[in-house]
Design a protein around this ligand. Structure first.
Ligand SMILES: [Zn+2]
Length: 55
């Protein structure tokens, strides 16, 4: 199951999440980014960073 930790992309944040699919996971990450980090649209370089941090 793909999982992601905010700390893995250098955020000072304890958020971690997992989902059945990578697409589902990206959606959860985007919700978190927008609610908590006020990043409403994730730039491509950050998206690449997130994808490489997904395990
Ligand atoms: Zn976070």
């Amino acid at each position: 199951m793909p999982s992601f930790k905010c700390a893995d992309i250098g955020m000072d944040c304890k958020f971690e999440t997992k989902a059945l699919t990578k697409n589902g996971l990206m959606k959860k990450i985007q919700d978190h980014a927008s609610n908590v980090h006020k990043i409403t649209s994730v730039p491509d370089d950050l998206k690449a960073k997130i994808e490489s941090a997904i395990k």
